[in-house]
Design a protein around this ligand. Structure first.
Ligand SMILES: [Zn+2]
Length: 261
């Protein structure tokens, strides 16, 4: 079975190269829907800066191209970067669209800057975080557009799709490390346990963070043994990560088998 193949054409933050790229001849029209990237113009200094980073690094285009080449979907899904008035990202099933908010990039930038990351490294973290978010939304898209039958909480399953894709090659795994770090930083900002939204459809930020670390470790125990040594992935959890990861990969491979190209 084909596993995911990344179409990165990013220059400064290049991970790998592949797929058609911007300069190649247009591919023949596929017999199914496409992921279509669109940027709406931002209107503030902060959001314009994020629009530029996303555009310059072809974040939406690479995501859309990778997903289009990966799976057959019944209709086009628009991937729209825009101002939303909040730091968030959504899949809108009725509109067959993902909305990625410039404000989310700005919030992630602030989070990593407060942690001491600066310059190109900061752009790198914001880039990784946006890619991680898009693949989480891709999980919702696949569940919605392909009517996939799941029994776990959809938000957890969407996180697992992001983990499935972003552990499919060694060079993507740093992206997942950034995502885990982002949830860890965001969790550290909560000082009152009563503020934790335990009732939410999403798992709590520290749980999402440690889940991603667990999947990374499960995908390559040798490369990520430091996570256990430093304690960010508790040894008690680490014991089951190999099995959890195998289950995750098997689950998504089985769900997507009828739909991969
Ligand atoms: Zn979600």
């Amino acid at each position: 079975m084909t596993r995911f193949r990344w179409c990165a054409t990013v220059a400064a933050l290049a991970l790998v190269t592949g797929c058609s790229g911007a300069d190649d001849a247009a591919p023949p029209a596929p017999a199914s829907g496409r992921f279509v990237a669109t940027y709406e113009p931002a209107t503030t200094d902060a959001t314009r800066a994020e629009e530029k980073v996303l555009r310059d690094n072809r974040v939406l285009e690479d995501f859309a191209e990778s997903m289009t080449e990966y799976v057959r979907i019944p209709r086009d899904v628009r991937v729209v970067a825009k101002e939303c008035g909040e730091a968030n990202a959504f899949y809108l099933p009725d509109e067959h669209a993902i909305h990625y908010c410039y404000e989310l990039s700005a919030a992630e930038r602030l989070l990593f800057a407060k942690d001491g990351t600066a310059g190109e490294a900061l752009d790198g973290e914001v880039y990784n975080s946006a890619v991680g978010t898009l693949y989480h939304e891709a999980g919702h898209v696949l569940i919605g557009e392909l009517d996939l039958k799941i029994t776990g909480r959809e938000e957890d399953v969407a996180d697992q799709l992001a983990a499935y894709v972003l552990t499919s090659a060694d060079e993507f795994k740093d992206i997942l490390l950034t995502v885990a770090k982002s949830y860890q930083l965001s969790a550290a900002e909560v000082t009152d346990l009563d503020e934790l939204p335990f009732y939410d459809t999403h798992s709590l930020d520290p749980q999402r963070s440690v889940n991603f670390l667990c999947y990374l470790y499960g995908s390559d125990e040798k490369r990520f043994e430091q996570l256990v040594a430093e304690g960010s992935l508790p040894a008690e959890r680490a014991e089951s990560c190999g099995e959890e990861y195998t289950q995750l990969v098997g689950g998504w491979e089985s769900l997507l088998a009828p739909h991969v190209k």
